[in-house]
Write a protein that binds this ligand. Sequence first.
Ligand SMILES: [Zn+2]
Length: 295
Amino acid sequence: MARVSVFELMRRSEENMGAVNGKVKALVMELIKQAYHEGIEVQITSGYRSAAEQNRLYAQGRTAPGNIVTNARAGQSVHNYGYAVDYVIVSEDGNQAIWSVTDEWRRVAAIAKELGFQWGGDWTSFKDYPHIDIGGLSWQQLASGKRPKVPAVPERNYLGIGDSGGRVEALQKYLNMVGIKCGIDGDYGPATEAAVKEFQRKRALTVDGFYGPGSLAEMNEALDELKAPAPEVKTAAKEEPEVEKEEQYQKDAQPSPRFKEAHEWVTEKKISDGTYPKRPVTREELWAMLYRIHS
Ligand SMILES: [Zn+2]
């Protein structure tokens, strides 16, 4: 039984949540990924609800068959404003919804709360376990046009499956640079995860497929090893005779005859101390020279 991919959970969730606030959607995607990284498969069952949908739901158990699932009429639910979603845990293969409030269910609620949601399971009057929303405003305030402030997705100290963007693309480039083949598309999919695992195996790290602080430090080391020239194997024949070095030094220490006058002038004007006239100038020296000329 293959584990459902995080991309599939995100795709279904996006479809089910509909027109929720964009920043809420970003937080929900982060929630799905973080849970997935902890071995929990969660998916969103609903999000934005139009007035008609809300009224239909309100009728359930009252004028229509079924159990009562809400006390909110149109306009009285945070769902009607796009600041709430409902979730469910699914089986590992993603094929079955699991509605019991397990430790995994509560863990998802805990992650959601870290991200800035409030959880319906914490309510005292009517516990709504699948429900999370951006709280702070009553439906009356929402109806009057007020909107809650949605927190931004916080930075994580690792990259994992489901992530995308510039940081993932950089990682993929680094992997290729250190000799681990991996497509460069900016998506942390199964191929990138496999490549990270290969890197971790090669560098004797914990093989978890997450690119965290340990892997990052090791990657920097691997890249440094590439930059550093291979240690030179010196042979007696290759070594320059000391006397030749000394001659080169003496040559560098003297100006060419046709620059002799200029050499004397810059030394006298204290633009340079006159040493090593044939060596390249650094930017710092150049600035000092310009400064001395102009001040
Ligand atoms: Zn809800």
